[in-house]
Design a protein around this ligand. Structure first.
Ligand code: NAP
Length: 258
């Protein structure tokens, strides 16, 4: 397996939070970063920080749900400098608002479209090139909610569980083609997303710390990169716990979005 020294990196959701932190952490002379998100101004600010570290940067304000435009952009980048690391990170949180017991149907659909379907579209834009070259790394950004469903955000949980399942299946499918697929499962990270998560957020860490843990996990080629470690292991094991115990585990972290 190749070491982690990507020359051409594409990151979705790079305009803020974990994606921006990964971009900054990966920025170095001799590397090209292709950064996407919707907010052109924030994207450019991240690019400026990355260029200051010596990286070349391309930015493209594209909604991940616009698969055609995103695929065209990634294809163009790949044609010039083959992408050897893709981070499918763009995501949104929605769920129950204060006056609801459950999210609405349209909110659930939007979350699934952005977090699951668009992430799958994104990786398929880049995968054929990696397969031809028999080389490449893919990071899918899931969540601890991939492992333990959140009653306050059912679609978010389902989107992240689906992405984890897709990623682990893909990892096996391409294991002999020189491609590493890892799924990051962060706990609480201080970003724009946590600003709308109104409730307790135990063990919250900074986006820079999360980025460092994700890149270490990729370097170690861990299928699931979960943190913090205690909640990660509880969440992994929770599938075999009786319902009353799972309920007790989640009752102190109930929340609503705002
Ligand atoms: N923060 C946490 O506690 C936490 C925990 C577990 C997992 N995660 C996951 O980490 C990933 C990054 O989230 P974050 O915490 O860094 O949140 P964030 O600060 O809100 O960043 C989300 C990023 O996704 C982009 N994005 C959202 N919708 C998009 C769309 N339709 N098209 C294109 N880009 C879109 C945003 O860019 P624009 O606004 O410019 O479009 C932004 O760059 C997400 O997948 C999230 O589920 C976060």
């Amino acid at each position: 397996m190749p070491d982690l020294d990507p020359k051409s990196i594409a990151i979705t959701g790079a305009s803020n939070g974990i994606g921006a932190a990964l971009a900054r952490a990966l920025a170095a002379p001799g590397r090209q970063l292709a950064l996407t998100g919707r907010d052109a101004g924030r994207l450019e600010a991240v690019a400026v920080a990355c260029r200051a570290k010596g990286a070349q940067c391309l930015t493209a304000p594209i909604d991940v749900r616009d698969g055609e435009r995103l695929s065209a952009f990634l294809g163009e980048v790949d044609g010039k400098v083959p992408i050897d690391l893709l981070v499918a990170n763009a995501g949104i949180l929605d769920g129950r608002h204060a006056d609801q017991t459950v999210e609405t149907g349209p909110a659930a659909r939007r979350v699934l479209e952005v977090n699951l379907l668009s992430a799958v579209d994104t990786l398929h834009s880049v995968l054929p090139g990696m397969q031809r070259r028999r080389r490449g790394d893919i990071i899918l950004v899931g969540s601890l909610a991939s492992l333990i469903p959140l009653p306050d955000a059912p679609a978010y949980s389902a989107s992240k569980a689906g992405l984890m399942s897709y990623g682990l299946a893909l990892r096996e499918a391409v294991a002999n083609e020189g491609i590493r697929v890892v799924v990051a499962c962060p706990g609480f990270v201080s970003t724009g997303m946590t600003d709308i998560h109104l409730g307790p957020r135990p063990g919250e860490i900074s986006a820079d710390a999360a980025a460092a843990l994700i890149l270490r996990g990729l370097r170690e080629n861990r299928p699931l990169i979960g943190f913090p470690s205690v909640p990660f292991w509880f969440s992994r094991l929770s599938i075999v716990f009786p319902e009353w115990l799972r309920r007790r585990m989640t009752q102190d972290t109930r929340f609503h979005v705002g």
